[in-house]
Design a protein around this ligand. Structure first.
Ligand code: MTE
Ligand code: MO
Length: 425
């Protein structure tokens, strides 16, 4: 290959010495030529099986098909990433992060979208990978260094995307055996990997996508065979069926057709699903112990209340959902004591208070939680004693559980034993 008009680096420059920026520009140009230089071809003897020329002859595959699937997938991934990020930030809030307590069902919507877009991505990703997988056997495997780096980026993207979908589905199914790592951390960091690789991939492919979508290329599929429209319709239908068969876990009217959802609203004791039971948490004895007291500690005093003492405080009733990170949600009618009243009881101004709520549960990741000021202040935030008019079922947190508006289920601590209130300002 002849390269024209490139300055010959070996020749001494004529005239005054060049500036540093000029030298850097030359170095950059040389590096650019080097990484784009053709790599030596691999031995031709390896060119067998799927690596042989024209091993894949489906005429259904085209840049247009791949672009359409890729765009749908990019939208689904973007919604899934952003809603997942919100959920992560609520659970691990950095100092700058602020999440409101209203609207009460906002988290139910964002997390419902997170799980729905993740599940709809399964057929989209499957079809997208099918539309490009012959490239896996492209020859030569890497034309230039740049090409090799781009392919490595695609490998990271595919691996991270598959990992996200598989780990998310395993978490929905609560099947942790195949995941010998902490799901939340793995799912979170791999999401950044997928997002970064996706941005790079989009940057590289955007010109191709634009070209493929600019003009309506004729569908050159064989007569009588599956058409592009047919394939896209089937993929869309698959995504639709998956969504319909799972959305009922959070959209109550769809519950009867939620055949793929492991948890559904209205099921379980007192009409509410249960993730961890009282027996599973090892709190049955402590919960039914007549010596049970709820301890509220504050800067002014510490108060211990038995069940009669709690029942003697002003009671309030609110209608709030439990919105699990796994995508299911269910509305309950809760009655109990306002957390803000308990903060005031121990000498903390409830308008600017933070509360640390601990469970009878001795171990377990979700045995304690911090309730931030917007939620302590909110009159809907209760230490609930009753659900649907009845005394709390043991599996729903008897004798007392936290229920707050617009919060992930994992932060709605059950079997509350101790509350520490402090001023947040
Ligand atoms: N102490 C304690 N509280 C807990 C949990 C837990 O494991 N331990 N699980 C949480 C999770 S993940 C959810 S979704 C809700 C479910 O509440 P429910 O069982 O009353 O529906 O409780 C939360 N409260
Ligand atoms: Mo949950």
């Amino acid at each position: 290959m002849v390269r024209d008009a490139d300055p010959d680096l070996s020749r001494k420059p004529a005239g005054p010495p060049r500036s540093l920026p000029a030298r850097l520009a030359e170095l950059g140009a040389a590096a650019n030529r080097w990484v784009r230089a053709p790599l030596p071809p691999p031995p031709a003897a390896l060119r067998r099986g799927p690596l042989r020329r024209d091993a894949f002859d489906s005429r259904l595959r085209s840049p247009r098909l791949t672009s359409l699937l890729g765009l749908a997938l990019a939208v689904a991934f973007a919604v899934c990433f952003l809603t997942g990020l919100i959920s992560h930030l609520i659970q691990h809030p950095p100092a700058w992060f602020w999440w409101p307590s209203r609207p009460v069902g906002l988290y139910r919507v964002t997390q419902g979208l997170h799980v729905a877009t993740g599940l709809a991505s399964v057929p989209l990703l499957g079809a997208k990978l099918w539309s490009v997988y012959p490239r896996l056997f492209g020859w030569p495997p890497a034309r230039t260094l740049v090409h090799a780096v781009e392919r490595a980026g695609v490998a990271v993207l595919v691996a991270a995307a598959l990992f996200q979908l598989f780990s998310g589905i395993l978490n929905i199914a609560r099947w942790y055996t195949p995941m010998p790592f902490f799901f939340t951390a793995g799912h979170y960091w791999s999401a950044w990997l997928a997002a970064g690789a996706l941005m790079a991939h989009l940057g590289v492919k955007l010109p191709i996508v634009r070209r493929a979508l600019a003009r309506a290329t004729p569908d050159r599929t064989r007569p009588g065979g599956l058409t592009r429209r047919g394939l896209l319709g089937a993929v869309g239908a698959a995504a639709g069926v998956i969504t319909l068969a799972t959305a009922g876990q959070t959209v109550a009217p769809l519950a009867p057709v939620a055949l793929l959802a492991p948890r559904r609203p209205g099921t379980g004791p007192q009409g509410l699903p249960v993730n961890k039971t009282a027996a599973g948490a090892g709190v049955r004895d402590a919960a039914f112990d007549p010596g049970y007291r709820l301890t509220i500690a504050g800067p002014a005093r510490t108060v211990s209340l038995d069940l009669a003492g709690l029942a003697a405080l002003p009671q309030h009733t609110v209608v709030l959902p439990i919105s699990c990170v796994e995508g299911w949600s269910s509305t309950g009618t809760w009655t109990g004591v306002r957390l803000r009243d308990l903060a005031a009881l121990v000498g903390v101004d409830p308008e600017h208070a933070e509360a640390y709520v601990e469970s009878l549960e001795a171990r377990g990741r979700y045995r304690a939680t911090t309730v931030p000021p917007p939620h302590v202040r909110d009159p809907y935030t209760l230490i609930a004693l009753r659900l649907g008019g009845e005394v709390l079922h043991p599996d729903h947190g008897y004798p007392a559980r936290l229920i707050a508006p617009n919060r992930p289920g994992v932060l709605q601590t059950k079997w509350v034993a101790r509350i520490t209130a402090r001023s947040a300002s």
